[in-house]
Design a protein around this ligand. Structure first.
Ligand SMILES: Nc1ncnc2c1ncn2[C@@H]1O[C@H](COP(=O)(O)OP(=O)(O)OP(=O)(O)O)[C@@H](O)[C@H]1O
Ligand SMILES: Nc1nc2c(c(=O)[nH]1)N=C(CO)CN2
Length: 171
């Protein structure tokens, strides 16, 4: 896996010095209202409070997966370097979703913005409130394709395959 864990210490005295940065992949999706605006706002908020964005995929229009009777999504992924723990990162993403007006109604239903942690370095987390790598990512072209664009060799520690391999198997 390329550069998933960055161990070099941050300069002493900075906030980031408390914990070495970890490279994480965040998936963004929107299918309500001004979808591009929601992606842009989420991007700005992630940079401001979740970590430093190091790579961004292109924005892709995708048909709804799962609950299909809803509008098309715009999807993309961001690669970030973050000093936050996985649960702190999740808490920040949930706050951003709430601030951008997301209301949970239908499972897998329409949303102004959905933010998922797909990978957090090479960690495997199986808690009630946080599962990483995302448990359904291998079935989701709208997740695999944008990651493959920026990190095709990213190695999935659970499925023991690269993102590129999983995408090839899905399509
Ligand atoms: N990897 C993860 N990233 C984001 N949320 C997660 C993750 N694993 C578990 N969760 C939990 O999922 C909860 C509900 O998520 P959400 O409503 O966005 O699900 P969903 O988007 O409808 O479905 P899916 O997670 O399959 O895309 C969150 O409050 C969070 O606690
Ligand atoms: N195309 C697409 N379909 C979805 C998406 C999404 O982001 N894109 N998110 C879902 C719930 O997380 C359910 N279905």
């Amino acid at each position: 896996m390329p550069s998933a864990e960055k161990k070099q210490p941050a300069p002493a005295g900075t906030a980031a010095a408390k914990q070495p940065a970890t490279v994480a992949i965040i998936a963004l999706g929107s299918n309500m209202g001004d979808r591009e605006m929601y992606l842009r706002r989420a991007w700005e908020e992630i940079e401001g409070r979740a970590g430093h964005i190091t790579k961004a995929s292109s924005i892709m229009e995708t048909e709804a997966y799962g609950y299909t009777d809803q509008d098309n999504f715009l999807n993309m992924v961001l690669e970030i370097e973050t000093g936050l723990s996985p649960h702190r990162l999740l808490a920040e993403l949930l706050t951003i979703e709430a601030e951008l007006g997301r209301v949970r109604t239908i499972h897998w239903g329409p949303r102004t913005i959905d933010l998922d942690i797909i990978y957090y370095g090479d960690q495997i987390i199986d808690d009630d409130d946080l599962r990483v790598p995302h448990p359904d990512l291998h079935n989701r072209e709208f997740v695999l394709r944008p990651i493959a664009e920026i990190e095709p060799e990213w190695y999935d520690p659970k499925r023991q395959k690269t993102v590129g391999q999983m995408l090839d198997e899905l399509i």
